[in-house]
Unconditional design. Structure first.
Length: 391
C-alpha cells in the first residue's frame, strides 16, 4: 500500500504541512514547523525529512527559496490516512436540523437548501445535483378531476417521486373520459421510459380511449416533459463567489474555464452520476476526469433511497480545502436529508450534538479516488391540440 515507506515522523511532518497550508495558503518552512505541536526534532532533521518527502512526491517547492506545499499525492495520503474527524459545534448541527427538517418542499428544493448550507458552513461552493438517468418511468398514473375543462394528471415515477400537471381542455370532458384516459395510460404507458413510448404505444392508447383519442398526443408530450427532467439531470450551485476568495482562482483564464464547465453542467452531472455506492467521494485535482478541475477538489455524496440515487450534495473548492470540515458537513447534510425524505437506511441516524461521522484518522480507502466515481417543480408540458395545455 502506498505510504508504507513513510515513517511516523514523516507522517507527522506531512500532516502539519498540509494543515498549515490549508489554513494560511502559504508555503510552509522548517522554522514554522518547529513551532507546531508534535514536531519534536532538530531543524536539520526537519529539513532533511521535508527534502525526502519532496523526493517521494508528497511535497512540492513552488520556489527555490520558499517552503513546501502539499502535492496532489500529499493531499490524497492526508485524506486517506492522516485526517482527523471534525467535530461539529452544537450551533452547526442545530442549523442543519432547523433549516432542513423544517422543509416540506420537493426534493429539488431540499437539495438546493442543503447546497446553500454546505456553502455557508464551509465557505466553498455548494452543489446540488439530481443525476442523469436513462431509465426513469412513470409507474402509475392518477388524476384529480376539477371540472369539464380542467383536471390534474398525477404521475408517480420509478424514483418514488410525484409530479402533478394541470391539464386544461379546449373541449369539455366528463370524469368518465378522464378516468378512461388514466386507465389506458396505466395499461400501456406505465413502466415505459420516454424512448419506449413510441408510435405503436400511442396507437394502442388512442384505440383504448375511443372518441377521446385527440387527447393522447398532447398528454404524452406532458409525460415526455416530466421524464426528461429526470433523464437530463440538474446541477444547482450555491456560493460561486466564494471561489474568488482563494488565490488558486486568480488566473482569469482558468477560472473562466471552470465556470464554463459548471455552467454547461454535463461533465459534472456525468461525473457525480457514476457514484451509486452511497459512499462519500473525494476527487483531488487531476483525479477528476474534468480537466479544468486540476487545481480544485470535489467532495460529494449521494442521497439514497431503496438502493437508488435521488440526488447528490457536494462541495467544490481549491485543493487545499479544509477536508475534515467539508467531509463532515456533507455527511451530516446527507444524513439529515435522508431523515426528511425517509431513506429507510439502517445507517440513518439523528443529528445530535456530539454524534460522530467518518471517524478520526486511519481512513485508508474510505475517501480514495477508486471509491469516488473515478472507479471514482416541472416546466409546462407543451400540450396543445384539443387540450388547451398542461401547466
Amino acid at each position: 500500500m502506498y505510504g508504507d515507506e513513510l515513517s511516523e515522523r514523516k507522517k507527522s511532518i506531512l500532516k502539519a504541512i498540509v494543515e498549515s497550508h490549508i489554513e494560511c495558503g502559504e508555503p510552509v518552512g522548517s522554522k514554522s514547523l518547529l513551532l507546531m505541536p508534535g514536531i519534536n526534532c532538530s531543524s536539520a532533521t526537519v529539513r532533511n525529512e521535508m527534502a525526502e518527502l519532496e523526493e517521494m512526491g508528497y511535497l512540492e517547492q513552488p520556489h527555490t527559496s520558499s517552503g513546501r506545499v502539499p502535492s496532489q499525492l500529499g493531499y490524497r495520503f492526508y485524506v486517506d490516512q492522516l485526517i482527523e474527524h471534525y467535530n461539529m459545534t452544537n450551533s452547526e448541527i442545530t442549523q442543519i436540523n432547523r433549516v432542513l427538517k423544517s422543509k416540506t418542499a420537493e426534493l429539488d428544493q431540499i437539495l438546493l437548501t442543503a447546497s446553500k448550507l454546505a456553502s455557508a458552513m464551509t465557505n466553498y461552493t455548494g452543489l446540488a445535483v439530481q443525476p442523469k438517468r436513462t431509465s426513469v418511468t412513470v409507474t402509475r398514473f392518477s388524476y384529480s378531476y376539477i371540472d369539464p375543462r380542467n383536471f390534474v394528471l398525477i404521475m408517480i415515477t420509478s424514483l418514488g417521486t410525484v409530479s402533478s400537471k394541470h391539464i386544461r381542455l379546449d373541449e369539455g370532458r366528463d370524469e368518465d373520459s378522464v378516468s378512461r384516459l388514466c386507465d389506458a395510460l396505466n395499461d400501456y404507458a406505465a413502466g415505459l421510459s420516454a424512448d419506449a413510448i413510441n408510435l405503436a404505444v400511442m396507437i394502442k392508447l388512442e384505440s383504448a380511449v375511443g372518441d377521446d383519442a385527440p387527447l393522447i398526443g398532447p398528454i404524452i408530450k406532458t409525460v415526455y416533459s416530466v421524464l426528461s427532467e429526470y433523464d437530463g439531470g440538474e446541477l444547482q450551485l450555491s456560493g460561486i463567489s466564494h471561489l474568488l476568495e482563494y488565490p488558486e482562482y486568480s488566473d482569469t483564464d482558468e477560472l473562466s474555464g471552470l465556470l464554463g464547465t459548471l455552467e454547461r453542467k454535463d461533465e459534472i452531472l456525468r461525473l457525480v452520476s457514476e457514484n451509486e455506492s452511497g459512499d462519500v467521494s473525494v476527487l483531488i485535482g487531476s483525479e477528476s476526469p474534468v480537466k479544468v478541475m486540476s487545481n480544485s477538489s470535489l467532495v460529494f455524496k449521494p442521497v439514497m433511497r431503496d438502493g437508488r440515487v435521488l440526488g447528490v450534495i457536494g462541495v467544490l473548492g481549491p485543493r487545499r480545502m479544509d477536508y475534515a470540515k467539508v467531509l463532515e458537513t456533507v455527511e451530516k447534510l446527507c444524513e439529515s436529508i435522508g431523515e426528511v425524505i425517509g431513506t429507510g437506511s439502517e445507517d440513518s441516524r439523528a443529528l445530535n450534538p456530539g454524534s460522530s461521522g467518518a471517524g478520526s484518522g486511519g481512513n485508508a480507502g474510505i475517501y480514495g479516488a477508486a471509491d469516488s466515481g473515478k472507479t471514482a417543480g416541472a416546466p409546462p408540458g407543451g400540450a396543445g391540440g384539443t387540450p388547451g395545455g398542461a401547466e
